[in-house]
Design a protein. Structure first.
Length: 202
């Protein structure tokens, strides 16, 4: 399991997030040949041009979402399923969209095998979100579009929050968008990040 002292040293304060990080076995979500590196605080390649984010980023983005068990969360970019597993410990329901079929299948099987029953995975285009299940109280993107797709902010409930890496190449920033009760979007930048680019379905 993740040792959370270094997360606390870097400013993660939420007891719920720290508890979730400790409870999710990251080694289950990395390729077998990288198991020895599973608990290093760095991203790892999972194939198909995708990565599993470093634990600090997973914790920081989860903390920024400020979730409760009353919340329905949309994740764009299932990848290995690790972030979805962490979200499942913090939210009531998690809906995750993955554009790469092989990743969607393996993550779905793995999450089910490990007992994460409040996560649903859809193979689809993350730019379109999951309109059939909208609105969502929280939305997280784990790949970077050049800007936030309107389809996603439209699926965000009033008083909801979206956390996403935004930008291109090395010029990306982690952004928090809050949706006011009248639909106004309030945006703030947290810190620079580097994520794989968000891609459309072919």
């Amino acid at each position: 399991m993740i040792a959370t002292e270094h997360l606390e040293d870097r400013g993660i304060r939420s007891p719920d997030v720290l508890r979730a990080m400790r409870s999710v076995p990251r080694h289950e979500f990395v390729p077998r040949e990288l198991a020895n590196f599973a608990y290093d605080d760095k991203p790892l390649d999972i194939g198909f041009g995708a990565t599993i984010s470093q634990p600090y980023i997973v914790a920081a983005m989860s903390e920024l979402l400020e979730m409760s068990k009353r919340n329905r969360v949309l994740e764009i970019g299932t990848g290995s399923g690790y972030q979805a597993a962490v979200l499942s410990r913090l939210a009531g329901e998690v809906f995750s969209v993955e554009v790469i079929l092989e990743l969607a299948r393996t993550a779905s099987e793995k999450l089910w095998r490990l007992g994460y029953r409040n996560v649903q995975i859809l193979h689809g285009d993350g730019y379109k979100g999951w309109p059939e299940e909208a609105p969502f109280d929280r939305i997280m993107l784990t790949a970077a579009p050049s800007d936030v797709p309107t389809e996603l902010t439209d699926q965000l409930a009033p008083l909801g929050r979206l956390v996403a890496p935004i930008g291109e190449n090395e010029h990306q920033e982690l952004v928090v968008i809050d949706k006011a009760s009248d639909g106004t979007l309030l945006r703030r930048v947290v810190f620079p990040v580097l994520f794989v680019p968000m891609v459309h379905a072919e």
